[in-house]
Design a protein around this ligand. Structure first.
Ligand code: ADP
Ligand code: MG
Length: 480
C-alpha cells in the first residue's frame, strides 16, 4: 500500500471516529448475533452503561420483555435497508425506561452484511415536554370551552381564529360560523369607529385595552358587552394574536335600570304618602265645619249636605287607602277576608273607571273563608290587574271580579275584562320587567304582581283573546 493511500485511509478513519464520537445521537453497532461491537459516548449516556459493560452485552439485554417484537422489527428493517423510525424503550442501567426513536442500517463489507448500526435519539425529554404542553393546552381549552364569557382569539387584522362554544348560547352563532370572519362586523355600526381605533392602538402599542360596546346577536338585536383584549407576542416581540374576553352586561344593565326605576317609584310613593297626609287634615276640618253649618241651618235636610258629606267621605277613604299602601310597612301575614279587601280597593279605581266608561262588577260568593296573606301586597296586585283591565278598554266595557273556592285548598280570584286582549306570543313575556305597550307604562306591574303571588305560594294564570278580552286568574292557598 502506498503511503498516500495509507494516509487517505487514516484520514477516513479519523472522519469516521469523529462522526461517531461527537454525534449527539446514540450510535451502536451489533454483530449478526446481536452482540454490541461498538458504542459511542452518547449511547453510553443514554443507557447509563460504560462502553466496556456494553461490549459484553447483547442488544436484547437492554430491551423490555414487551418490546422484544419491536426490536426484532428494527433489526429486520436493517437487513431490508428500510430507513424508518421505530419508537421503543431501552432499559437504563438504573432500571428506568428511556424512550428512544431508533433507525437501523446494515453494515456491508465486501457485499456481505456483517452487522448493523442502530442510531438512537433520546426522546424522553421531548415526550415529557409535549405531555406538559398537551396538559397545559387541555387545561386552557377546558377553561375556554366551559366559560360563560365569550373567549376568542383574533389575528392582528381582527379575523376570528377561535371562538368558544359560549358564543352559541350568548350570541346565537355557532363558533364555526364566526371563525374566519372579522370581529368588527358584529359590532354595532355606531360603536365600530371607537373600537377600530382602540384595536389599532393596541396592535401599535402592544398594550391590552378594555371597551364597552354593542355586540350583535344572531336574532338581529344587540347585547351590551364589556370586552378585554390582550395582545399576545411572538418571539420577535410582534403581535402574533389577540385574546378577547367578552362579558355580556345586558342583564346587569337591566337590573341597574330596574333599581333606578324602583328607587324613583319609592320616592314618588313617599311623596304621595306625604301629600295624602296633608290632604287629610284640611279634609277633617272641612267635614267638621260642614257638619257645624248644617246643624245651624234651618234647611238641614237639603240634599247638598248629604252629597257633600258623602263625597268628602269618599275622598277620605281614598286618601286613607292611599296612605296605607304607600307607607312602607313590615311584611305581615294575617287572616284577611278577601271580599272586604276587594271592596276596599274599588273606590281607589272608580274615578279612572268612570273616565274610561268602565263598570266594575263584583261576584263575591258568601262561603269564602279568610286567607292568610299580606294585605297590602295583595291589594297592590289586584290594583295592578284592575288598572291594566281599565287601561285595556279605552272605549269602555265591564270588568268582572269573581272570587270562588278552588279545590278546597285554594281560592281563585278572576279578573275578566272586555279589552283589547294580548297576542298569544306575548303572554310568556308578561312577567318581564319593562315590558309595556303603553306610552306612559312602566312595565313593572305584572312583574311585581308575579313576585308577590309567588311569595304567597300562589300562581297566576293569564288567558286572552284579541278583541275579546283578558282573563287573569290568581290562585292563593287558603293556608300557608
Ligand atoms: P304597564 O301597565 O305599566 O304597561 P304591566 O306590567 O302592568 O305594565 O303590564 C305590561 C303589559 O301587559 C301592558 O303594557 C299591556 O300590554 C299588557 N297587559 C297587561 N294586562 C293587560 C290586559 N288586561 N289587557 C291587555 N293587555 C294587558
Ligand atoms: Mg300596569
Amino acid at each position: 500500500m502506498s503511503s498516500n493511500s495509507q494516509e487517505k485511509l487514516l484520514e477516513q478513519e479519523q472522519r469516521y471516529i469523529s462522526l461517531l464520537e461527537n454525534n449527539p445521537d446514540g450510535i451502536c453497532s451489533l454483530d449478526l448475533t446481536g452482540q454490541f461491537v461498538e458504542v459511542n459516548p452518547a449511547y453510553e449516556r443514554i443507557t447509563g452503561y460504560s462502553k466496556t459493560e456494553l461490549l459484553s452485552l447483547r442488544y436484547l439485554d437492554l430491551m423490555f420483555e414487551e418490546d422484544r417484537l419491536t426490536s426484532s422489527e428494527l433489526i429486520a428493517k436493517a437487513f431490508s435497508v428500510e430507513l424508518t423510525d421505530v419508537q421503543l424503550r431501552l432499559m437504563h442501567k438504573q432500571g428506568f425506561s428511556v424512550e428512544i426513536i431508533a433507525k437501523s442500517v446494515p453494515i456491508i463489507v465486501n457485499h456481505r452484511v456483517v452487522g448493523i448500526y442502530i442510531i438512537s435519539k433520546d426522546i424522553t425529554e421531548r415526550n415529557l415536554m409535549e405531555q406538559a404542553v398537551r396538559e397545559g393546552e387541555a387545561k386552557y381549552r377546558l377553561i375556554a370551552e366551559n366559560s360563560t364569557d365569550l373567549i376568542g382569539i383574533l389575528a392582528p387584522q381582527g379575523t376570528i381564529s377561535y371562538a368558544s362554544p359560549s358564543h352559541q348560547f350568548i350570541l346565537g352563532y355557532s363558533p364555526e360560523v364566526l371563525e374566519g370572519r372579522k370581529a368588527i362586523e358584529f359590532i354595532h355600526p355606531e360603536d365600530q369607529p371607537a373600537v377600530r381605533g382602540e384595536f389599532a392602538d393596541m396592535i401599535r402599542l402592544k398594550l391590552p385595552f378594555q371597551a364597552e360596546f354593542r355586540y350583535r346577536h344572531q336574532n338581529g338585536g344587540y347585547l351590551i358587552v364589556e370586552s378585554r383584549l390582550i395582545p399576545v407576542m411572538d418571539p420577535h416581540g410582534e403581535v402574533d394574536s389577540v385574546v378577547a374576553v367578552v362579558r355580556d352586561l345586558t342583564e346587569r344593565k337591566k337590573s341597574e335600570e330596574l333599581l333606578q326605576k324602583s328607587e324613583k317609584l319609592a320616592v314618588i310613593g313617599q311623596l304621595a304618602a306625604g301629600v295624602a297626609h296633608e290632604i287629610r287634615n284640611p279634609l277633617t276640618a272641612i267635614k267638621g265645619f260642614l257638619q257645624l253649618l248644617r246643624s245651624k241651618t234651618t234647611d238641614q235636610h237639603h240634599p247638598y249636605y248629604d252629597l257633600m258629606l258623602s263625597e268628602l267621605n269618599r275622598i277620605n277613604t281614598i286618601v286613607n287607602e292611599f296612605m296605607y299602601l304607600a307607607k312602607p310597612q313590615a311584611v305581615q301575614f294575617q287572616q284577611v277576608d278577601i271580599r272586604a279587601l276587594i271592596q276596599s280597593i274599588i273606590p281607589l279605581l272608580e274615578t279612572q273607571a268612570i273616565l274610561n266608561s268602565v263598570q266594575i262588577k263584583t261576584i263575591l260568593n258568601h262561603d269564602i273563608p279568610p286567607i292568610t296573606c299580606e294585605e297590602n301586597q295583595i291589594k297592590q296586585v289586584l290594583i295592578n290587574f284592575l288598572k291594566n283591565a281599565i287601561e285595556a278598554m279605552p272605549q269602555g266595557g265591564h270588568v268582572f271580579i269573581e272570587v270562588e273556592c278552588f279545590h278546597e285548598a285554594e281560592i281563585k280570584i278572576s279578573l275578566i275584562d272586555e279589552g283589547c286582549g294580548i297576542p298569544e306570543e306575548r303572554i310568556p313575556r308578561l312577567g318581564e320587567p319593562f315590558y309595556t305597550t303603553k306610552e306612559k307604562g312602566t312595565g313593572l306591574g305584572l312583574m311585581v304582581s308575579h313576585k308577590i303571588i309567588e311569595n304567597h305560594r300562589g300562581r297566576i294564570h293569564i288567558s286572552s283573546e284579541i278583541g275579546v278580552g283578558t282573563t287573569i286568574e290568581v290562585f292563593l292557598p287558603l293556608a300557608i
